[in-house]
Ligand binder design. Structure first.
Ligand code: AMP
Length: 281
């Protein structure tokens, strides 16, 4: 496994990699969720490139960029263990030089949900993913359903800008007790870690009700909110029952939806989601 930092070293190393080439973008502090993307890329592609870059432009002032967990040595060990061919760890200065002035703005699907509470977040995401695509020029790129809206935004950008890249969205990897794996779980103390189970519990309770015939969007949102609100350490930021592709909020009876939420557990902001589908759709 080779590790490169500069753009020129990346280009040189790419010349030696067999195609098809898979790209897995990450912000580091890797866990089994990230590794599941690399493993899937290894199945599909002759070579796999992983980028590690905590992208400052997708964090708002006051968010956790400065405290974002980092452990490059541990990350490299994990990536080697799953057969990664090349790791690219660019510097902030090289990605955003002082005269940087071009942004990618995916308009519609960036606006609701996370976009309403994290202003400019998806502008930062789309811009960095576009730069990664242009730099690595992969055949396939792998993202997690954990960041469901990010997946929709990137698929939209990929179509709109005619990238010749196949986007592959991989399922959410969870801890045995249901908590969706996230680098941010490392912020949680023991009490908070227990409280964080209210996210998956809320989604599962709503899924069970949906499967038993509850089809009303308002009711489904309310079921999630009630479970989260029962947890003292949790503060629900939003719960959304939205169209899985347009991300428009749904009203009335639904056939399918992306049920998603953001919850503060103490100072840690966690997101989680599930897609609800009628068995015959
Ligand atoms: P991040 O390092 O948080 O930017 O995540 C890098 C990629 O890993 C993104 O495509 C995420 O959606 C994906 N990812 C993060 N957590 C999980 C998880 N628990 N299961 C599957 N994919 C994940």
């Amino acid at each position: 496994m080779k590790t490169v930092e500069t753009f020129d070293a990346l280009q040189e190393a790419l010349l030696r990699l067999k195609r098809p080439l898979g790209l897995v973008p990450t912000m580091g502090y890797l866990h089994k969720g990230h590794l599941s993307l690399v493993k899937r890329a290894k199945q599909d592609c002759a070579s796999v490139v992983v980028s590690i870059f905590a992208n400052p432009t997708q964090f708002a002032p006051g968010e956790d960029l400065e405290n974002y967990p980092r452990d490059i040595d541990r990350d490299l060990g994990l990536l080697k263990g799953v057969g990664t061919n090349l790791v690219w760890i660019p510097s902030v200065k090289s990605m955003y030089p002082d005269d940087f002035q071009t942004w990618i703005n995916v308009e519609g699907v960036s606006k609701p949900l996370e976009g309403r509470v994290r202003i400019n977040h998806f502008r930062g995401v789309a811009t960095i993913v576009s730069k990664l695509f242009n730099s690595v020029r992969p055949d396939k790129a792998y993202f997690g359903q954990k960041d469901a809206q990010q997946a929709v935004v990137i698929e939209q950008m990929n179509r709109d800008l005619n990238y010749p890249i196949e986007i592959v969205i991989c399922p959410i990897i969870r801890e045995p007790d249901g908590l969706a794996m996230s680098s941010r779980n490392s912020y949680l103390n023991e009490r908070e870690r227990h409280a964080a189970l209210c996210l998956s519990r809320g989604l599962n309770t709503a899924r069970d009700a949906f499967q038993k015939g509850e089809k009303h969007a308002d009711k489904i949102r309310e079921i999630v909110a009630n479970v989260v609100n029962e947890e003292q350490l949790a503060e629900l930021q939003y719960v959304s029952c939205a169209h899985p592709e347009t991300l428009e909020e749904l009203e009335g009876e639904i056939e399918s939806c992306l049920l998603s939420m953001a919850v503060f557990i103490g100072r840690t902001r966690l997101i989680d989601n599930i897609v609800l589908l009628q068995p015959n759709t």
